[in-house]
Design a protein. Structure first.
Length: 199
C-alpha cells in the first residue's frame, strides 16, 4: 500500500512539474516602446511615441492561456520628433497640442492602458491571441490583437528575459478623440514592443 501511495505521489509531482507555470516579468521601461502612426493633413504619416511606460506580464510557455499583460503609458510623455522652434513643424509645439484637450487631454486623462482579459494559443507557437481592455482618453474598448513572441534569453546577471511585439489599428473617434479631423486622420496604427525582465 505504501508503495502504491508513493508511486501515486511521485506521478502527481511529475505532472505538476511538467505542467509549466506562469513566470512573472516587469516591463523594462528603457527597452519597451509604444509608438503610433497617424496621417497628417491627409498627406504624410506622423510618427510618435510615449516615453514613460510601465507594466508587468506573466508568461507560461506550456500553458499560454495562463499568461497575462498589463501596460500603462503617461500621455504627458507623448513625443513626435525633434524640437526646432524655427520650423513650422516644431515637435515641442506639436507635442503640446497633442497633450491639450484637442487630443489626449493629458491633464484630465493622464494615462492610457491595456489590461488583458484572455490569452489564447494559435497554430504558431510564437503567436498569441490576446483580448483585453484598451483605455484611451477615458474611454475603454475591448480589442483583440495578435502578439508575437520575439524571443527569450537572459541578461548579464542570468535573469530571464522575454520579448513580445504587436501592431494593430484603432480609430481615434472610438475613444472620443474627434477634434481637428482635417489635421489628423481617424485611423491610428499602434506598435508596441515589450521587454519583460524576470521579477
Amino acid at each position: 500500500m505504501k508503495k502504491i501511495f508513493s508511486l501515486i505521489a511521485s506521478l502527481a509531482l511529475f505532472a505538476l512539474l511538467s505542467a509549466g507555470f506562469a513566470e512573472s516579468f516587469n516591463l523594462n521601461p528603457v527597452e519597451t516602446h509604444a509608438l503610433f502612426r497617424i496621417k497628417r493633413a491627409n498627406t504624410s504619416f506622423l510618427f510618435g511615441r510615449f516615453d514613460e511606460l510601465s507594466g508587468s506580464l506573466s508568461y507560461d510557455v506550456e500553458n499560454p492561456e495562463a499568461s497575462s499583460i498589463e501596460f500603462l503609458a503617461l500621455t504627458e510623455s507623448v513625443s513626435t520628433g525633434i524640437e526646432n522652434p524655427d520650423n513650422d513643424f516644431d515637435a515641442a509645439r506639436r507635442d503640446g497640442h497633442l497633450r491639450s484637450p484637442d487630443f489626449f487631454d493629458a491633464a484630465q486623462f493622464p494615462t492610457l492602458s491595456f489590461v488583458s482579459k484572455s490569452v489564447a494559443a494559435t497554430d504558431d507557437p510564437n503567436i498569441l491571441e490576446v483580448t483585453g481592455d484598451l483605455t484611451i482618453h477615458g474611454v475603454t474598448n475591448e480589442v483583440t490583437v495578435m502578439v508575437e513572441k520575439t524571443g527569450e534569453g537572459q541578461d548579464q546577471q542570468g535573469n530571464a528575459m522575454v520579448g513580445f511585439y504587436t501592431e494593430f489599428n484603432i480609430n481615434r473617434s472610438d475613444y472620443g478623440m474627434t477634434n481637428l479631423e482635417q489635421l489628423a486622420g481617424d485611423e491610428v496604427l499602434i506598435m508596441i514592443s515589450l521587454l519583460g525582465m524576470a521579477q
